[in-house]
Design a protein around this ligand. Structure first.
Ligand SMILES: C[S@@+](CC[C@H](N)C(=O)[O-])C[C@H]1O[C@@H](n2cnc3c(N)ncnc32)[C@H](O)[C@@H]1O
Length: 475
């Protein structure tokens, strides 16, 4: 099948001057406000925008300026009084209409028209507005990035008082992607490789192939960035299995950390370019908390089966109850959910077995690159710690311990065990990160209460305790 080439990764093809997709954006505003002419729109924006936002007050002045922000050789940036008035009033009026994303003003100014439409509350998006969308944003190398506003960001003080830091802090640092890459590639940390093996075996399962051929999902939803090579394996599988009646695939990547998200998106685009002549794949990135998913239009297409993946043992770092609940709210009956997890050896309940398991885990995690991953979390709590030695010493002194997941409230799954990474000095021992392992059947039983029924469980070849467990959502 002939397909358009994948474009280089750029955040967007922003013109050097003017407002990107300006005419279409005016169309969106006119439609939302029920106005037929640009003059009526300018008049309405000035009437409804707050008083202090108006650096110009005449609709004629505003309409005259519209001409100069249309992208082209003679375009101007909207930096003067009229430009600022337009951006501020348009943001203010859309805010009044329920569009409260913090990135709104930026998106009006440098986002694409699709970005703007995606930010509107669903009730405002009429068929007339849908028609203003670009037909194939991907061809222009666009990346849809939204800022996380729905979920409360981590509160360091509260986490310190609780004695457990929010694990999202580990990835909220500008070099998070590079640090995670070093962990994933480190020869001593075999989990990335084991997860890839289990995923590869899963993608070869006749059941998965049948799901793709018969249910024809329009792509996949990856929960967590940082594993472009696995994302590409999934995309490759969908490309070869999903019938060509789906002319385009969508790969949706959800991650709370903008740093992880953009790095992985770039790597996926590069990988797609290398692969070449496939049908188009739209890569959509959502900077959101996947334990609190909302019904965003761009998360999935209603009525089209979806395949959700959470790879790399990330499940062990998060609250599984919130996670399963969040997916169950957005899943449709017949969707598949793939969770990769580390499991507990059968003899872990015996004293000797537990000792062996503890020693194995301590050895696995007592690694310098893993300490690097904890640096942002330690830095966040550092002002509260009153640590008697230097920050670098504190990083070296982080302790690794094993505890019951439920007793320590890291996990909702009965019989789970959590590896805790904690500070070991100062006025309090604080858990910087916990990583939970499961008894597979206990996890499966728990997931069933949220409507997820186990389909299969695929172990990694090199470490049969590391598994990808596939579920079907039955509602
Ligand atoms: C361990 S790392 C990457 C694992 C990787 N996907 C793999 O397969 O090896 C976990 C990722 O999940 C993201 N993450 C953790 N909690 C999250 C949450 N509640 N919502 C969205 N992203 C989250 C982090 O920002 C980070 O990028």
């Amino acid at each position: 099948m002939e397909t358009a080439p994948i474009q280089p990764t750029t955040l967007r093809n922003t013109p050097s001057k003017g407002i990107l997709d300006f005419d279409q954006k005016l169309g969106v505003l006119m439609s939302v406000l029920g106005k037929r002419t640009q003059w009526e729109l300018a008049d309405e924006l000035l009437k409804r925008g707050s008083y202090e936002l108006k650096l110009v007050t005449s609709p004629d002045t505003l309409v005259q300026s519209f001409k100069s922000w249309r992208p082209g050789p003679h375009a101007h940036d909207p930096t003067g009084d009229a430009g600022r008035t337009f951006l501020d009033c348009a943001t203010c009026v859309l805010n009044q209409m329920g569009c409260t994303e913090s990135s709104l003003r930026t998106i009006i100014s440098i986002g694409s028209v699709d970005d703007l439409i995606n930010l509107l509350p669903e009730t405002l998006v009429t068929p007339e507005i849908e028609r203003l969308r670009k037909r194939d944003a991907r061809e222009e190398g666009m990346l849809v990035v939204r800022l996380a506003t729905e979920t409360r960001p981590p509160s360091v003080k509260e986490d310190y008082e609780r004695g457990v830091m929010d694990q999202r802090l580990c990835y909220l640092a500008p070099d998070a992607a590079a640090v995670w890459d070093a962990v994933a590639k480190a020869g001593t940390y075999r989990q990335y490789q084991q997860c890839s093996e289990a995923l590869e075996a899963f993608l070869a399962l006749p059941k998965w192939q049948e799901f793709c051929r018969e249910q024809a999902p329009d792509g996949a939803i990856a929960l967590g960035a940082g594993s472009a090579s696995k994302d590409l394996m999934i995309i490759e599988s969908l490309q070869s299995l999903v019938p060509e009646s789906r002319p385009k695939l969508a790969y949706r990547l959800v991650d709370y950390s903008i740093y992880m998200l953009t790095g992985t998106e770039a790597a996926i685009q590069t990988g797609l370019r290398d692969v070449g002549s496939w049908r188009p794949v739209e890569v959509v990135t959502l900077c959101k908390d996947f334990t609190n998913l909302k019904p965003w239009r761009h998360l999935r297409r209603p009525g089209v089966p979806a395949a959700w993946f959470i790879n790399g043992g990330t499940i062990g770092n998060i609250n599984e109850a919130d996670f399963l609940n969040s997916i169950a709210k957005r899943a449709e009956v017949g969707d598949w959910l793939m969770i990769s997890m580390d499991t507990i050896p059968e003899d872990a309940a015996t004293p000797g077995g537990r000792e062996r398991f503890t020693a194995e885990l301590k050895d696995k995690y007592d690694q310098p690159y893993l300490r690097e991953l904890l640096r942002p979390s330690l830095a966040a709590v550092w002002p509260y710690l009153d640590y008697p030695r230097s920050f670098e010493k504190a990083l070296l002194e982080i302790e690794v311990d094993i505890a019951s997941g439920t007793q320590r409230r890291h996990s909702a799954i009965p019989n789970s065990l959590s590896v805790e990474f904690s500070t070991a000095g100062g006025n309090k021992n604080v858990v910087l990160l916990a990583s939970t392992r499961y008894v597979e059947q206990s996890f499966v039983d728990y997931a069933a209460t949220d409507g997820f029924k186990k389909i299969d469980s695929i172990p990694s070849r090199k470490n049969p305790r590391y598994k990808l467990v596939a579920f079907k959502y039955e509602g």
